[in-house]
Every structure is written in structure tokens, then in C-alpha cells.
Ligand binder design. Structure first.
Ligand code: FES
Length: 118
């Protein structure tokens, strides 16, 4: 048989949960720093990556749909269009797919439209 010594409990239910002014002086700044830090980390992580499933990270993000249209007569003999969504000249390819493929192991490339003898 063991003999454990249990300290007497107070009859007042609130007496065990009281925070002193000294506790609040430490706890409030820690809570504020934790909340601000958590917010900043979540913002950073959201900016680093697209929402799950999105392929467009930067092109016309204020538009509900990215659409470009060209007349065949205006294309000339050859046009190279981006399909990786990384081009700074979107919708035209600027070669950014090469870096994307190297970094990710992907195999994306442009759409090339040309006249038969070009
Ligand atoms: S830059 Fe996107 S396909 Fe070339």
C-alpha cells in the first residue's frame, strides 16, 4: 500500500486559475508574438505556392480567366506560345520552361505554330 501525500485543495474553484499581473506581463507579449508570427508564416507559405492544383502562379491573376486571341493573318510565318505558364512574355514562350523542367523534372514545352515552309 502506498502513502501518497496530496496537497489540500482550496474550496474556491477560481483560486487555482488566477493569473497574477506578473504572469500577464509575460503571457500577453508571448501570445501577440506567436499570433503575429503564425500569421506571417502562413502569408509567406501562401505566396510561395499556388493553391493546390493551380498551374498559373503569376499571369493576369486579377482576371477570372486568362484568354488570348490572335488572328492567323497577324501571326506571320511562326509563333511560339507558352504552355508552362512561367514565361515573362506570356502568352509567348521566353524559354522559361527549360528552367522549370530542370528544377522539377517536368517535360513541358511550347506550342509552335508555323507555316509549312517556314
Ligand atoms: S516559357 Fe513556357 S513553354 Fe516556354
Amino acid at each position: 500500500m502506498s502513502h501518497l501525500s496530496v496537497p489540500p485543495m482550496s474550496a474556491s474553484p477560481s483560486s487555482g486559475c488566477r493569473l497574477s499581473k506578473d504572469h500577464l506581463i509575460v503571457a500577453v507579449p508571448v501570445a501577440v508574438v506567436a499570433a503575429v508570427g503564425g500569421f506571417l508564416v502562413s502569408q509567406y507559405l501562401n505566396r510561395r505556392s499556388c493553391k493546390k492544383g493551380q498551374v498559373n502562379a503569376s499571369v493576369c491573376k486579377d482576371s477570372p480567366k486568362v484568354v488570348h486571341s490572335f488572328d492567323m493573318e497577324d501571326i506571320g510565318t511562326k509563333a511560339v506560345y507558352c504552355r508552362c505558364w512561367k514565361s515573362k512574355k506570356f502568352p509567348l514562350c521566353d524559354g522559361a520552361h527549360t528552367k522549370h523542367n530542370e528544377e522539377t523534372g517536368d517535360n513541358v514545352g511550347p506550342l509552335i505554330i508555323k507555316k509549312k515552309n517556314a
